[in-house]
Design a protein around this ligand. Structure first.
Ligand code: UD1
Length: 416
């Protein structure tokens, strides 16, 4: 258990460097499995989810070298076919090796992901798509077995624009015979990353970033080298930090378009945001209005920033109505925020946040990754000392969170 101490209400000033996108790099690591040889990925963040994916690739027989922010993945002619329980339970994104292994080997065995802190997260869309591509699927002893002689391109209509299902199916279909179209595909920037990486490997995919993706299957792929885009959720988290704490915080590098829904909400709240090339600066007095918002698939407001902006709204002038539409349980931090003095009423997937004039520091416990970020941000805005207890959630997704906040003047550090 790590304990982070924050003395709140210090203005922030300076530049925070933004790391590579977690939700892109994990999928590129999985995609590398599809071609024998050495693939290289640059701008890889040092976060636990990447280390878990490294462990998974190693159990599949991949040679991994991770130096500075560059990952070298030496993929053999022979690779394993099983994602074991102890890794899938640590990180649900392990299921993203299904598409690559099914495409390359025609068989894969993956432990069924269990319950998850932010609510039910089934994988039925992934499995339905694999079946449409011709795979036989069975579940036994907590594992999913998928097998196919030859994947065949097909039209797939997703019931929901699931990010993971879109990516998993794109990867499998890249090595299928014939053409696959994925309709109602997720449009997240990370999907474009997967398309670009696969195309560099020799795949023939177009349409990522729109809701129809067309994949013309090819027989084999070759290794590729790629630099990962900046993490829009990390950038968004620090933008909100600047808004809550007040001051002048610059994030770089970022792709401003990837956080446009957050910029719009911050501006609506009365916060000044300036955008220049790959840089965003947030100017805040620490005083802002309440705004309403709901999470939606991209380009809507990201569910992964909802807890952080909710923390911000606890100190807004007025009442904010927030609705989570993607997950069933994104409000695990609410009881902790209440212990800091926040006024929040929950009804099903909606939250009504009545802004208060001050939060008071307290000991709080991190329930999941983004909720943990929200508690750190609340600590930055609270009077007195907040102790955030975390058993590893924040390290899953934030590279050097404490150091980066210290770099802009936050009084934050680890307690021994
Ligand atoms: C990815 C991101 C996660 C982000 C989410 C939504 C990674 C590693 N994680 O997760 O940070 O919060 O996108 O932007 O990239 N669903 C089903 N059946 C399925 C698949 C999904 O019902 O087969 C549901 C989920 O339970 C959830 C919704 O669809 O309610 C969205 O999930 P999805 O877009 O698949 O998210 P992930 O890819 O798991």
């Amino acid at each position: 258990m790590r304990r982070i101490r924050i003395n709140g209400r210090r203005q922030l000033k300076g530049l925070i460097p933004i790391s590579g996108a977690k939700n892109a790099v994990l999928k590129l690591m999985a995609a590398a499995l599809m071609a024998p040889g050495e693939s290289v990925i640059h701008n890889v963040p040092h976060i636990q989810d990447v280390f878990t994916m490294v462990d998974l690739l190693k159990t599949l027989g991949v040679g991994v070298q991770f130096e500075e922010n560059t990952l070298r993945l030496a993929v053999g002619e022979q690779i394993g076919e099983e994602a074991p329980h102890e890794l899938v339970r640590k990180m649900r994104a392990s299921i993203q090796v299904m598409g690559p292994l099914l495409g390359r080997l025609g068989r894969v065995r993956v432990s069924l992901p269990g319950g998850c802190a932010i609510g039910e997260r089934p994988i039925d869309f992934h499995l339905k798509g694999f079946k449409q591509l011709g795979a036989q699927i069975r579940e036994e002893h907590g594992y999913i077995y998928a097998e196919v002689k030859e994947l065949r391109g097909v039209d797939i209509q997703l019931d929901y624009p699931s990010v993971g299902a879109t990516e998993n199916l794109m990867m499998a279909a890249a090595l299928a015979k014939g053409t696959t179209q994925i309709r109602n595909a997720a449009r997240e920037p990370e999907i474009i990353e997967v398309q670009n990486f696969l195309n560099q490997m020799g795949a023939r995919i177009r349409g990522a970033g729109t809701d129809v993706i067309r994949i013309d299957g090819v027989e084999t792929l070759h290794p590729a080298e790629h630099t990962v885009i900046p993490d829009r959720i990390e950038a968004g988290t620090y933008m909100v930090a600047g808004a809550i704490a007040g001051g002048e915080v610059t994030l770089q590098p970022v792709i401003p378009q990837h956080v446009s829904s957050l910029i719009a909400k911050l501006e609506e709240a009365g916060i000044e945001v300036s955008v220049e090339d790959d840089k965003i600066t947030v100017y805040s007095t620490g005083s802002y209005r309440a705004v309403n918002f709901q999470s939606l698939p991209y380009p809507g407001f990201p569910t992964d920033l909802l807890p952080q902006v909710m923390a911000m709204m606890t100190l807004a002038k007025g009442t904010s109505v927030i609705r989570e539409t993607v997950y069933t349980n994104r409000y695990k931090h609410v009881s902790e925020l209440r212990r800091m003095g926040a006024n929040i009423i929950l009804a099903d997937r909606s939250a009504v946040v009545q802004g208060v004039s001050a939060l008071s520091g307290a000991e709080v416990v991190v329930p999941d990754l983004r909720a943990g970020a929200a508690l750190v941000l609340a600590g930055l805005g609270a009077h007195g000392t907040t102790i955030v207890e975390d058993d590893g959630h924040l390290d899953r997704g934030y590279d050097n969170l404490v150091g980066k906040l210290q770099g802009v003047g936050a009084e934050i550090g680890f307690l021994e």
